[in-house]
Design a protein around this ligand. Structure first.
Ligand code: SAH
Length: 342
């Protein structure tokens, strides 16, 4: 698929087909504007015919706008699989939350994305395609972006699809493309320790956020199977390494589940764990997932948890819940559409 290629690779592809080099630029420009092949009027018919199967075939299958302006997009990929992404508008710009896999194999007990397991990895171009489509939908171009920040926090575990995700990071931050700085990109992981080291060693400098959700390994194992592979201690050591290499402040996600990890003692242990690490903790009450028994906590409890962390000298805030009137938690829009199709 042509969106998987860098500008240089695309130029080589065009050359191999026997077309002049400027055709490469035309194809590249059309893709950056998220045009489908019919809309790309500068590309002549004989070129279109040759590239038709390789040209990206994505579309926005459904769009839901929330009261607060947050928009959820369901994107249909070339093979008919669906992924969702979300655009959140802030005073400083717009952040898109993109998916990195169709489904997920991490098995976190409270998450909707993993219910049917992993269907397949997304390619770099399919991740980029989400950004380009939503940028276009919001009136942006590659020069004047409507999307200013990216979080890899949608469906899937980005570090479980390391090669395509890092290729995406290179493409989206490339000068030829959207030229979006890695400083404006956040990657969220459930804690695949060796891949955190690799990300640092490979020279990436995105903001790293780790989904912690528990302050002890026993508790973490109950809600996140990945905790059987890596301890919290190992995760924090890898995070420290990432900070030392990149100088980027770390962040941790802490989803509050009623009766599981919401006590003030939990906050105290968490504060103890991250002491001395340059980090910020995002506290978020669990969004109810229909198929799961876990419940979120009320706002008051979430604020009490945040306050306790602050008292202990830890930077923490309650994450704003956005778009909760349109589709609840991560992954739910996709399963909703699957039900509609069935
Ligand atoms: N696999 C990556 C990124 C995807 S999930 C990761 O684990 O970080 C993005 C965030 O949403 C994670 O912090 C995840 O734990 C959290 N999350 C999953 N299900 C949720 C739910 N029902 N309510 C609130 N947050 C949830």
């Amino acid at each position: 698929m042509l969106l998987d290629l860098s500008k240089q690779e695309l130029d080589a592809y065009v050359k191999a087909l026997g077309f002049p080099a400027f055709r490469g630029k035309q194809i590249f420009d059309a893709m950056m504007q998220a045009k489908n092949l019919e809309e790309a009027t500068s590309i002549p018919k004989e070129v279109k015919e040759k590239i038709a199967t390789d040209y990206p075939h994505f579309e926005i299958a459904k769009k839901l706008v929330s009261r607060d302006g947050t928009t959820k997009f369901l994107i249909k990929l070339g093979d008919g699989e669906m992924v969702e992404c979300v655009l959140m508008k802030y005073s400083y710009g717009s952040t898109i939350c993109v998916s990195s896999q169709v489904g997920c194999r991490m098995g976190c007990k409270f998450c909707a994305s993993t219910i049917n397991g992993l269907v397949r990895n997304l390619t770099a171009g399919e991740i980029l395609g989400q950004v380009l489509l939503v940028n276009r939908e919001n009136g942006g171009t590659s020069k004047k972006r409507a999307v200013t920040n990216i979080v890899l926090m949608g469906m899937g575990e980005p570090l479980d699809n390391y090669d395509e995700v890092t290729k995406f990071l290179r493409l989206v931050s490339s000068k030829d493309g959207l030229n979006l700085s890695q400083r404006n990109i956040t990657l969220s992981t459930c804690g695949l320790v060796p891949k955190i080291y690799k990300l640092a060693d490979d020279g990436f400098s995105v903001t790293l956020t780790v989904s912690l959700h528990a302050s002890s390994d026993e508790k973490r194992k109950q809600i996140m199977p990945i905790a059987n592979a890596y301890s919290i201690k190992e995760i924090l050591k890898a995070c420290k390494y990432y900070f030392d290499k990149t100088g980027r402040r770390l962040s941790f996600e802490f989803t509050l589940i009623e009766g599981e990890n919401d006590s003030l003692e939990e906050a105290d242990r968490l504060a103890e764990l991250v002491k001395g690490l340059p980090c910020h903790i995002n506290v978020i009450p669990l969004n109810k997932v229909q198929e799961r028994d876990y419940k979120g906590v009320n706002i008051k409890k979430a604020y009490a948890f945040v306050e306790r962390l602050n008292q202990k000298g830890v930077a923490a805030t309650k994450r704003r819940t956005m778009g909760d009137d349109i589709a609840g938690a991560c992954g739910q829009l996709r399963s909703q559409m699957q039900k509609e199709k069935a």
